[in-house]
Design a protein around this ligand. Structure first.
Ligand code: A3P
Length: 350
């Protein structure tokens, strides 16, 4: 077969061109480290903790919402949430710190903004790549940054803003490895504490005991339903009464639940106040003067002589959540030791 000189030259030119393109392409692959999609997604979700608080060294820990096992402590205010977080703070591996105040507001308002989208709007947002997962990542990055950077770095980070538990399910979704310690307390004691200490909770009437008890009932019912739906592996309900009556037994269960080894400091939190890596108390929180003390039983029955007989008589009707949580509504001096909870259930010595 006859092949002309011109055809051979053309063929060689095209082959050379292709070869150089191929070489350039492989060189580029080798020289620039490729970020695969997964890595990029991971970067987007990560928040670098590099703060320098009160002269402490910078930390380069990553807060990745999908893998960070945050510990959340919450419940209705005046349920011993500060005591629980102080006991956890006393552990060298855990840092909770003071209430951030802003996280419950973020949780309350941001999901509302997202829900404003109509179905049509939702489709347009999804089409534009603003998926539900991306929105979750964005909110988690905001909350994760606040938790990580408002205090010292620690192997396990924790947050205690009691009312975050109104949005427990959402928090659990955006932080899939997080664990929840749900503090509950006899509603009558909560009501008495709010009135006596003039506690202000936005949207809550703080001087009419009956209305307060109803509000407590509604809030607790919702929090408890979310906790139960999440299941025992992620949400642990601890009654304040059992925490103060059986501190060691309660904290053993709590530490096992969050997968942290036992340390005796958690039942002597008062010895760690103001110490490096210990408990930092707020000068503005209402419970600070009480939490400074060692665990005590002073607040167990304060309510029983201070609330009106009619409120005590109708407690079970006003607040059916009392029974759901295992509280005895008929007695003025209930025997909390006999109440059923995870602490009494798993403690064979009690
Ligand atoms: P009273 O106001 O009835 O005394 P929270 O921190 O969730 O707001 O809860 C406040 C309650 O926790 C207070 O209830 C307080 O007594 C109790 N508390 C705080 N520190 C305590 C301690 N060291 N021992 C026992 N209870 C404590």
């Amino acid at each position: 077969m006859f092949v002309s000189q011109r055809t051979i030259s053309k063929f060689l030119a095209v082959a050379c061109g292709l070869l150089s393109l191929l070489t350039l392409f492989s060189l580029r692959l080798l020289s620039s480290p490729c970020k695969c999609l997964n890595e990029k997604a991971k970067d987007r979700d990560s928040a670098t903790v590099s703060t320098n608080i009160n002269g402490h060294s910078r930390s380069e820990e990553h807060v990745d919402r999908r893998y960070t096992p945050f510990i959340f402590v919450g419940g209705f205010p005046r349920s011993g949430t500060t005591l629980m977080r102080a006991m956890l703070d006393a552990h060298p591996d855990i840092r909770c710190g003071q209430e951030t105040r802003v996280i419950p507001k973020i949780l309350l308002n941001i999901p509302k903004i997202f829900n404003l989208f109509s179905e049509k709007e939702k489709n347009r947002r999804e089409e534009a790549g603003v998926t539900e997962d991306l929105l979750d990542s964005a909110v988690a990055a905001l909350i994760g940054e606040i938790i990580a950077k408002h205090g010292e770095p620690a192997p396990r980070l924790c947050n205690k803003d009691p009312l975050t538990f109104r949005n427990l399910s959402y928090l659990a979704r955006i932080f899939p490895k997080s664990k929840f310690i749900f503090m509950v307390r006899d509603g009558r004691a909560v009501v008495n504490s709010i009135i006596e200490r003039k506690i202000v909770i936005r949207g809550v009437n703080n001087h009419r005991p009956e209305i307060l008890l109803r509000t407590w009932n509604e809030a607790i019912r919702e929090m408890n339903a979310q906790c139960e739906k999440l299941g025992q592996a992620r949400c642990l309900r601890i009654p304040y009464e059992h925490l103060v009556l059986f501190p060691k037994e309660s904290m053993k269960i709590v530490l096992e639940f969050v997968d942290v080894t036992w340390n005796n400091a958690v039942i002597h939190h008062e010895t760690k106040i103001g110490k490096p890596g210990g408990v930092i108390l707020s000068s503005l929180e209402k419970s600070t003067d009480q939490v400074k003390e060692a665990i005590n039983l002073n607040a167990l029955y304060k309510w029983s002589d201070r609330l009106s007989p009619s409120l005590l008589e109708y407690t079970d009707r006003i607040a059916p959540a009392m029974k759901i949580l295992g509280y005895d509504t008929w007695k003025k001096w209930p025997d909390y030791r006999r109440m059923e909870s995870i602490v009494t259930k798993y403690n064979k010595y009690l």
